[in-house]
Ligand binder design. Sequence first.
Ligand code: FMN
Ligand code: 7N5
Length: 358
Amino acid sequence: MEALEPADFERAARARLPAETWDFVQGGSGAERTLAANRAQFEQARLRPRTMVDVSTTDQRLTLLGSPLSTPIGIAPVAYHQLFHPEGETATARAAGRAGALMVAGIFASRTLESIAEAATGPLWLQLYWLRRRDALAALVERAEAVGFRALVLTVDAPRIGRRLRDARNGFAVPAHIRAVNLDPSLMAASHRADAGSSGIADHAKEQFDPTLTWADLAWLRERSSLPIVLKGILTAEDARLAAEHGVDAVVVSNHGGRQLDGALPTLSALPEVVAATPPDLPVLLDGGVRTGTDVALAVALGARAVLIGRPILWGLAADGENGVARVLDLLKTELDDTLALLGRPRLADLDPTAVVR
Ligand SMILES: Cc1cc2nc3c(=O)[nH]c(=O)nc-3n(C[C@H](O)[C@H](O)[C@H](O)COP(=O)(O)O)c2cc1C
Ligand SMILES: CCCCC(=O)C(=O)O
């Protein structure tokens, strides 16, 4: 059967993936309240369509941190794409290129930065965690810049890993043959075994993530790279203001797909305060629960310049590799295009808060 919506890939992926990998993807932290709330906010919001507008051409193109994109729909950073397909991140990068979409590769990518860059035909950003081993971080930043990555995305909502009960119950550990190849194996060993009542992911973070990260540390990153710096995991006006004051180039409103602080604000609810607290020239992105073209339009109307998609990309990758990811992106782009036309707001710039009732 032909896939007509991203959810069709969700079913296909579930059928293919080992149960503990499925739980790792779909799960959130704690009682999964934030995971559910991300979706609930999109489901409850309503659009206010305008009529008698010439929508013979619609346009979802934009420029983000200097890079032209065909769509405001980008790929969120996710660890270990080889959990989902043997080609891993190179398949994802090729699909992003076909769609003219941004790809954010993760620090725990299972393919080298060099091979991802070679596969990519569109803009790539690199996501970082604040590792205790700052020398490893510095080396990674240098490599990323050398092969053409265009921004650094520092994830700031993970001083430790949220309590993910599914992973703890499954004793989830990253299989030995799938590796975060851009980092020294000695830094990654804990990911590949799980202590009782924990997961390899949580144990690894406890060992390697530096929870002392504060605003003053951004200077260290600035010194090491001329690339734009993006902070991922901002949910409040206070932090948005601090990000702007510290010269950050963009922020991602994110609760890590409901995988970190359970009970944290859903991202669509946090977006307006973050947008209000940031200067107009500082791009605000959003991720968490974006599943349809309508969701993309809602986020853009409330001030997001672009959205990132996490789990649906992995569904496409698990179901059919590069072609699956390309199809998921294509479906979302088509849905957004239909939404812009039927809403009477044919360009992204036509989307503003008057398009939404919440
Ligand atoms: C399996 C999985 C792994 C993830 N790994 C990372 C990661 O390594 N770094 C990071 O910043 N975010 C990571 N995330 C969070 C995503 O970047 C993103 O914030 C989230 O998935 C967006 O929500 P969505 O899945 O509802 O679209 C991961 C998410 C999932 C589902
Ligand atoms: C230590 C790997 C963390 C991956 C991650 O961020 C996630 O699973 O959400």
